[in-house]
Design a binder for this molecule. Structure first.
Ligand SMILES: Nc1ncnc2c1ncn2[C@@H]1O[C@H](COP(=O)(O)OP(=O)(O)O)[C@@H](O)[C@H]1O
Ligand SMILES: CC(=O)OP(=O)(O)O
Ligand SMILES: [Mg+2]
Length: 394
């Protein structure tokens, strides 16, 4: 196992992992790819080898896997049993790096302590990211571990995109628009020169549509704006998060409804979004299959907000040359892509229905003014590249 890199990516609805072997010339070759999802509802562990053959496919009783920390324990046990030894390094996605942590960095106890302070800024993710780091640090203190930050790719934003219109002291203490899904955007940016050379150097909106969803304004492969802000609550509506919200709603809930921080956190991170609008599910697969009018309304709301915020990001870039869909919904839901394109027809986004149905890569029609692509993301590969680089710098 001493030539492998293990990568863990804990998202809001899943824990993904991949095992890579480091080949000659520092190439990374995927050996195993797995995912634990449906945590709390229909927990399922699905693991495949590089050729796609299923290595494990197990479902669990939701009562024995009600939260992410139980899922981590089960996954940890599976990995220990199947990896046959310690990897060269473990790379982790850490959703919030705050204003000080930008570059991927080797993990030590002090770092974990600092990242722990950011838990209130990413309560849905940071605990799930730090749990495995802490547990490996405890069991195998010498294991080389690297933290890669979801906020890093956005740290070069111009001042206007980095600020709220609020007093300076808040900005100074870190109340800024960070942006997230940066590892995904960084990976997409690395793929564009090969997959979409005509837009790679131009102005591109990348839509990362998963259970968490955001969009990035990318100019020449660099992020200049994002729909997410201080936390992963801003911007688009998501599985269980509302997206952009008038701050007056929060004041009203506190002053008139007596909600405390814990109740607000539950409402804003777990009980809003597509789940609340539809009353059916946070999972777009279920919403697409549902006959409920509210499920259709929730999906309309999603597409409408994506279209609206595309206008905002295009304004940040002074125009738009390309649009890229990625992540669970963006890569798989042709109907959502079609609904977004329909609402952006005025901007010149038009799809080729056959290409859209086969999920790309290029899905825009020949007469479209904006080139449109589906680019499957690979946050784990991005993390593995960073992890190897930090390991070699040692
Ligand atoms: N075939 C599909 N059709 C529509 N939506 C899908 C499909 N497959 C996955 N999804 C959506 O993708 C979401 C998960 O995306 P993913 O990027 O893995 O999320 P996260 O990393 O936030 O856990 C699911 O909630 C589901 O709504
Ligand atoms: C930042 C974020 O929302 O991540 P995810 O989509 O993995 O939940
Ligand atoms: Mg994700």
């Amino acid at each position: 196992m001493d030539d492998t890199i293990l990568v863990l990516n804990a998202g809001s609805s899943s824990i993904k992992f991949q095992l890579f072997s480091v080949g000659p010339g520092e190439t990374l070759e995927r050996r195993v790819r797995g995912q634990m999802d449906g945590i709390g509802t229909r927990p399922r562990l699905l693991v495949r080898d590089a050729a796609g053959a299923v290595l494990a496919d197990r479902t669990y009783d939701p009562r024995e896997m009600a939260d992410a920390s139980q899922a981590q324990d089960v996954l940890g046990a599976w990995l220990v049993g199947h990896m046959g030894g310690a990897p060269l390094a473990v790379g982790h996605r850490v959703v919030h790096g705050g204003s000080t942590h930008i570059e991927p960095v080797r993990v030590d106890a002090l770092l974990v302590e600092e990242l722990e302070r950011l838990v209130p800024l990413a309560p849905l993710h940071q605990p799930g990211n730090l749990g495995p780091i802490r547990s490996i640090l405890r069991r195998r203190p010498d294991q080389f571990q690297v933290a890669c930050f979801d906020t890093a790719f956005h740290r070069g934003h111009p001042e206007l995109a980095d600020r709220f219109a609020m007093p300076d002291w808040l900005y100074e203490e870190g109340v800024r628009r960070y942006g997230f899904h940066g590892l995904s955007y960084e990976y997409v940016a690395s793929r564009l020169p090969e997959l979409a050379p005509e837009i790679a150097g131009g102005r591109v909106v990348v839509a990362h549509l998963g259970n968490g969803a955001s969009m990035c304004a990318m100019v020449d492969g660099r992020s200049v704006d994002s729909t997410m802000g201080f936390t992963a609550l801003d911007g688009l509506p998501m599985g269980t998060r509302p997206g952009q919200l008038d701050a007056g709603v929060v004041l009203y809930l506190v002053a008139q409804k007596g909600m405390d921080a814990a109740a607000l956190e539950r409402l804003l991170y777990h009980e809003s979004g597509l789940l609340a609008l539809s009353g059916v599910s946070n999972d777009v697969r279920e919403l697409l299959a549902s006959p409920e009018p509210r499920a259709k309304m929730a999906l309309d709301f999603f597409a409408w907000r994506i279209a609206q915020l595309t206008g905002a990001l295009a304004a940040s870039m002074g125009g738009i040359d390309g649009f890229v869909f990625t992540a669970g919904i963006g890569e798989n839901a042709a109907a959502i892509r079609e609904a977004v394109a329909h609402r952006l027809a005025w901007l010149g986004l038009r799809l080729d229905p056959a290409a859209n149905a086969r999920h790309g890569p290029r899905i825009s029609s020949a007469d479209a003014a904006i080139a449109c692509y589906v680019v499957p993301t690979d946050e784990e590969l991005m993390i593995a590249r960073h992890t190897l680089a930090v390991l070699r710098q040692r």
